[in-house]
Ligand binder design. Structure first.
Ligand code: UGA
Ligand code: MN
Length: 331
């Protein structure tokens, strides 16, 4: 009996120790660079920032024709931000050479993960967008035992004010601030009284204790590491709430940022998501006598558009205001 008890205890400890972390994602790291190749940021040399805590900026992204322009724009914001590690998690089951090259060129320290949405969620409406990606990033942080620095979830289509980064960098536990262009009120964020968060303004409450946008908070990693059950379930609309619940947040601990939540430092801008077209264009124009072959090749690689001899609306090529037949260019 005694031995049986010991055995049961042993097995349950074993189970506990393997299950202490609620996330159990398999990680696909496509590429990674810990080297900061930027010489200057905001007119100061990199060395001027050496003492600052690192911001882990987690960007879920997915293949669509807007992906490369969005990431380009975001990268050009992040290029100004010192001491930042960019975790780019792509919603795709494999790595992509083009993205790898692109991320490498910026010189920002980064990790590029492939983190596809599980197929069972792919056709659900609404789908849990960006969740597999953020879970993979959380797993990456956990595996590296990173317990210093600040975590921020920054979608690829938002607009970030540079002041946001200096504000969130000082996060002790969890900081919060308003996000512009959210839902019905065009804003979502904390209600602050005497420097303390007392409630929330957001048009969609739906029982959420923390009715905030993903872009409206930042978390200190030393704080987060005290909560082994940190999690972000695949539950559309409730990701922020359940994530913040999983790290034991209390309202009196929240640090309001952006001048006591009076300023907008991040915008929930949204880009139209249109299908990438197939353009019908004679392959005679796509050889190396013209630029168009190389141009459409790069559009294809970026997922923006493709060319075909037989499909899609016919490309009009004009001169002096008049469409010209193929023969015109070939003669
Ligand atoms: C709103 C919130 O602002 C997001 O923080 C939240 O993740 C999202 O809702 C949601 O949970 O559905 P919204 O602009 O409606 O964001 O959503 P998207 O920008 O389309 O997607 C959020 C993030 O997930 C983006 O970074 C996007 O690139 C990524 N995503 C989207 C994927 O990785 N896979 C997808 O299939 C769609
Ligand atoms: Mn968005």
């Amino acid at each position: 009996m005694y031995y049986l008890l010991i055995f049961v205890c042993f097995v349950s400890t074993l189970l506990d120790s393997t299950n202490t972390h609620a996330l159990n994602e398999s990680l696909m790291i496509c590429s990674e660079s810990h080297e900061d190749r930027r010489l200057f940021m905001q007119d100061k040399p990199r060395s001027a920032y050496a003492q600052l805590p690192v911001i882990y900026f987690v960007t879920p992204t997915y293949p669509r024709r807007e992906q490369i322009p969005e990431l380009t724009r975001l990268a050009h914001t992040l290029l100004h931000v010192p001491r930042l590690h960019w975790l780019v998690a792509n919603d795709r089951d494999r790595c992509d050479k083009f993205l790898d090259n692109m991320l490498n060129k910026f010189g920002i320290p980064f990790t590029y993960l492939a983190s596809p949405m599980p197929s069972k969620f792919r056709n659900t409406k609404p789908a849990p967008r960006g969740v597999a990606n953020r879970r993979a990033a959380l797993q990456w942080l956990h595996q590296r035992n990173l317990t210093a620095g600040v975590l921020y979830f920054g979608d690829d289509d938002n607009t970030y004010d540079l002041r946001l980064f200096s504000e969130i960098r000082q996060t002790q536990r969890v900081s919060m601030f308003p996000v512009g262009l959210i839902a019905e009120y065009a804003v979502s964020g904390p209600v602050v009284r005497n420097g303390k968060v007392v409630a929330f303004l957001d048009s969609w409450v739906a029982g959420r204790r923390w009715p905030v946008d993903m872009a409206g908070f930042a978390v200190n990693l030393a704080y987060m590491s005290q909560y082994p059950n940190v999690n972000m379930p695949f539950k559309p609309g409730y990701e922020e709430d359940l994530f913040l619940r999983s790290i034991g947040l209390r309202i009196d601990q929240i640090e309001p940022k952006g001048n006591n939540c009076t300023e907008i430092l991040v915008w929930h801008t949204q880009t139209k998501n249109k299908k990438s077209p197939t353009v019908r264009i004679d392959s005679a124009l796509l050889n190396d006598r013209f630029n168009l072959g190389a141009l459409f090749h790069s559009l294809k690689v970026m997922g923006v558009a493709s060319a075909s001899d037989t499909e899609g609306p016919r490309a009009v090529i004009s001169k002096n205001g008049k469409g010209k037949p193929l023969s015109y260019f070939l003669s």
